[in-house]
Design a binder for this molecule. Structure first.
Ligand code: NAD
Ligand code: DAU
Length: 360
């Protein structure tokens, strides 16, 4: 079986669905269920015998070690993180705690388990760390895309905390021999993304006739990849990647933010026309993000040539599917927006915490 941290978030939950649809191997999810963790994302697999969930903070090493000892995974896939750049600017502390301290605790719990495995299982074991292209910093227009040898140059508290976690993973490989793999991926979009990130935020605001906030002049460039393609890349790296190696993942879809927003408006004009006029009328340029990275671009040559991965979606096909998903999942959106997705969590885990308190 495989153990996934952060499996109730956007990419982690997509990965759980992807894995269970294509593999005859069980999945255990470990997730703290922060504001970004949503069990609705996993509702359709929650009752399956090959799926289990534990609410655990990765900073709690003894709980993580207990979960690993219980499930005895052949691989641990580490998605759990604080992931939103704007929140990291507002309050960096949680990013240092989860992304740096949490990764350290997880690595140590994993190392103890891995060291105790019989030799054949120890050789086959993998720790896959899911990271970001933001660790490489910002590119000027026309500069070559990030490769695996681009020096790290993180510029936000989020990317600095992810860079630190990448270095820890690398050190645990070189020092202790832990068979690690790291993926550095560009911007994802798709189902189940929390509507604080650009694409779901714009779709939801447009449907509500609210302003579509574009930071600065909208000329910043991101390299967009459909989340399913990211999941396929992670699967490929897990199966075929060489321990100690890092793999850049990206779809060669460099687009300016303003063009992403205009594309979303055009699709919504077609699929959900607004009698008040084109959704483009809602575009509003707002104050820029402090330290806003200008451009990210990924050179995916290594994962393409060594592991045979290629994205299946273009931006045009993926973004249309994504808009349709949000239009077809109004209940998911409503529960995220009015906070109902947290009610069950609070009832379930609040009650459990109260019972545990009474036991003590
Ligand atoms: P997300 O914010 O949607 O989900 C993060 C998940 O981690 C949530 O379920 C949350 O509850 C959980 N979590 C947070 N702190 C935790 C803790 N202390 N213990 C246990 N669980 C905790 O994030 P995402 O967009 O799905 O990103 C997943 C991973 O992929 C992150 O490591 C992120 O850095 C990386 N990544 C994201 C993107 C992107 O475009 N979203 C691109 C490249 C890499
Ligand atoms: O590159 C990978 C990274 O992509 C991941 O590591 C991060 O976890 C993920 O959040 C994402 O980071 P970004 O900061 O690029 O994503 P976000 O959706 O927040 O913003 C995308 C671009 O759009 C960015 O240039 C900022 C801009 N933006 C964002 C928001 C939320 C706006 O113009 N308006 C907005 O309201």
């Amino acid at each position: 079986m495989i153990l996934i941290t952060g499996g109730a978030g956007f990419i982690g939950s997509n990965f759980v669905h992807h894995w269970l649809a294509g593999h005859d191997e069980a999945v255990a999810v470990v997730d703290k269920l922060t504001y970004a963790g949503n069990l609705d994302n996993l509702a359709s697999v929650a009752q399956r015998p090959d799926f289990s969930f534990e609410r655990i903070d990765i900073c709690d090493r003894s709980e993580v070690a207990r979960a690993i000892a219980t499930h005895r995974p052949r691989a641990i896939l580490h998605f759990a993180a604080e992931s939103h750049v704007d929140r990291s600017i507002d309050g960096p502390g949680e990013f240092i705690r989860t992304n740096v301290q949490g990764t350290y605790e997880l690595l140590e719990a994993t190392r103890a388990y891995w060291s105790s495995l019989p030799p054949v299982e120890r050789d086959a074991f993998r720790f896959l760390h899911v990271s970001t292209d933001e660790v490489y910093g910002s590119l000027d227009d026309g500069a070559p895309a990030f490769s695996e040898t681009t020096p790290y140059s993180p510029r936000s508290p989020y990317s600095a905390s992810k860079a630190a976690s990448d270095h820890l993973v690398s050190a645990w490989h070189h020092t202790y021999g832990l068979p690690t793999l790291t993926t550095n991926c560009s911007n994802n979009y798709g189902p189940y993304q929390f509507p604080e990130k650009l694409i779901p935020l714009v779709i939801l605001n447009a449907l509500d006739g609210k302003p579509l906030p574009v930071y600065g002049d909208g000329s910043n460039v991101r390299d967009w990849l459909h989340v399913e393609d990211h999941c396929r890349a992670i699967e490929r790296v897990l199966e075929l990647g060489r321990p100690g190696r890092t793999y850049n993942v990206g779809g060669k879809n460099e687009i300016r933010n303003i063009d992403v927003v205009r594309t979303l408006c055009a699709i919504l004009d077609e699929l959900r026309p607004d009698p008040a006029g084109s959704h483009e009328r809602l575009i509003t340029f707002v104050k820029d993000r402090p330290g806003h990275d200008h451009r990210y671009a990924i050179d995916p040559t290594r994962i393409e040539s060594e592991l045979g991965w290629q994205p299946a979606e273009t931006f045009e096909t993926g973004i249309r599917k994504t808009v349709r998903w949000y239009l077809d999942n109004a209940e998911w959106i409503a529960r995220v927006r009015d906070g109902r997705y947290r009610e069950w969590i609070d009832r379930q885990y609040g009650r459990r915490a109260a019972a545990e308190g009474a036991d003590r």
